[in-house]
Write a protein that binds this ligand. Structure first.
Ligand code: PGA
Length: 219
């Protein structure tokens, strides 16, 4: 079971309060070093595909590795929605990060409109078509309508999507989208749910600990 906390553009908790927790943290760039120094398995929230160059505002895999960062999220739906991330740039970022020696959690998922139009499988197929299995690649299934909304996919919906993803790509699949202490156990009990990518609930140490504990029981 893999649990990752995505702090997004929030300051996040005191890394020392998370010491000893079997989890990944994805803090904002400014707190990466603090998390690494606290001994946490630390991922960035994004990574560029070039080693270096004139790419203002971007960070490369080699710069992250130099800090002691272990991996990166790629293709989070907020990047896709607000910052022009495409399947092609997700593929470039993922490949470069894996080649450089970072681990990657690549995010996929459909919008509510796509789900209602019964396009979930088409969307997942398209998003996954640019990725190749790799021993350091994990997929996060995050239905966009469940992120930050309190609307969690039911365990059955998550299982169905995860099984579909696994039929296309051989990788562990995390569920993300309003994972909370009270729904985590039911989600983690599904056979193809390999853990969770936790946003809001990862900002609160007690909630995040409770989710990690639910994962530990199911591993
Ligand atoms: P949420 O976010 O848990 O706040 O819904 C999940 C994510 O965006 O990774």
């Amino acid at each position: 079971m893999i649990i990752a906390g995505n702090w997004k553009m929030f300051r996040g908790p005191d890394p020392a309060a998370l010491a000893g927790l079997d989890a990944i943290v994805c803090p904002p760039y400014t707190r990466l070093r603090e998390c690494v120094d606290a001994g946490l398995v630390t991922y960035a929230q994004n990574v560029h595909w070039e080693r270096e160059g004139a790419y203002t505002g971007e960070i490369s895999a080699s710069l992250l590795l130099e800090l002691g960062v272990t991996g990166s999220l790629v293709g989070h739906s907020e990047r896709r929605q607000y910052f022009g991330e495409t399947d092609e740039t997700v593929a470039l970022r993922t490949r470069a990060a894996l080649d450089a020696g970072l681990q990657v959690i690549a995010c996929v998922g459909e919008t509510m409109q796509e789900r209602e139009a019964r396009e979930t499988e088409d969307v997942l197929r398209r998003q996954l078509s640019v990725l190749e299995a790799h021993q350091h690649l994990v997929i996060a299934y995050e239905p966009v309508w469940a992120i930050g909304t309190g609307l969690t996919a039911t365990p059955e919906m998550a299982q169905e999507a995860h099984a579909f993803i696994k039929s296309l790509l051989d990788a562990p699949v995390l569920y993300g989208g309003s994972v909370k202490p009270d729904n985590a156990a039911a989600l983690f009990a599904q056979p193809d749910v390999a853990g969770g990518l936790v946003g809001g609930a990862s900002l609160d140490v007690d909630s995040f600990r409770a989710i990690c504990e639910a994962a530990r029981i199911h591993s």
